[in-house]
Design a binder for this molecule. Sequence first.
Ligand SMILES: O=P(O)(O)OC[C@H]1O[C@H](OP(=O)(O)OP(=O)(O)O)[C@H](O)[C@@H]1O
Ligand SMILES: O=c1cc[nH]c(=O)[nH]1
Ligand SMILES: [Mg+2]
Length: 208
Amino acid sequence: MPVHIVSHPLVRHKLGLMRKHNISTKDFRELASELARLLTYEATKDLETEKRIIQGWSGPVEVERIKGKKITVVPILRAGLGMMDGVLDLIPSAKVSVVGLYRNESTLEPVRYYLKLAGNMHERISLILDPMLATGGTLVMTIDLLKEAGCQNIRGIFLVAAPEGIRRLEATHPDVDVYVAAVDEKLNADGYILPGLGDAGDKIFGTK
Ligand SMILES: O=P(O)(O)OC[C@H]1O[C@H](OP(=O)(O)OP(=O)(O)O)[C@H](O)[C@@H]1O
Ligand SMILES: O=c1cc[nH]c(=O)[nH]1
Ligand SMILES: [Mg+2]
């Protein structure tokens, strides 16, 4: 199943705080980062580990470490940057691949303006970060770019998703799993999620 709704009480509580009208930039930013950290915990729970023996304080001890593919974190500019610190808290050695896309306000189609991916993408797990999955156009274009670069293991972390975006993801990239704090009701005529969070980029960067 490509959509995982993370319903931990801390996630539900923090998302509820983010929905408040007139929330401050500071609070919105802090909560976006905290939620990203919690969602990362879920999005990485199937990573394989391998056993090895190390010298512990009382002698040799068997420990585990993450095996195989390395993770690259993929924030989608701008708003995805607001989730990056929380994710890197848990995966501090991850390489960062930056995808710059904005949504054309009239057509709602994504427009690409920047791309800088880590090397050897075929060896990596991509963890896409964006607070909002609305029509899904931005996510689909990002996955297209990652697959073109050779990445075969892609997952995404979003704070809020719309059913429309999830349907589009399932139709185009059913191999990609997404982890979300909530799936909201629908999109409005301007392509904003209802009840949603409003414009997440503006709220994280304090622009209007
Ligand atoms: O699913 P979609 O319909 O494509 O919409 C979602 C995209 O829209 C927002 O970005 P926006 O274009 O506002 O850019 P910003 O992050 O610079 O504010 C959001 O952060 C997603 O990237
Ligand atoms: O609800 C939405 C939809 C797209 N982008 C946002 O920031 N919010
Ligand atoms: Mg925006």
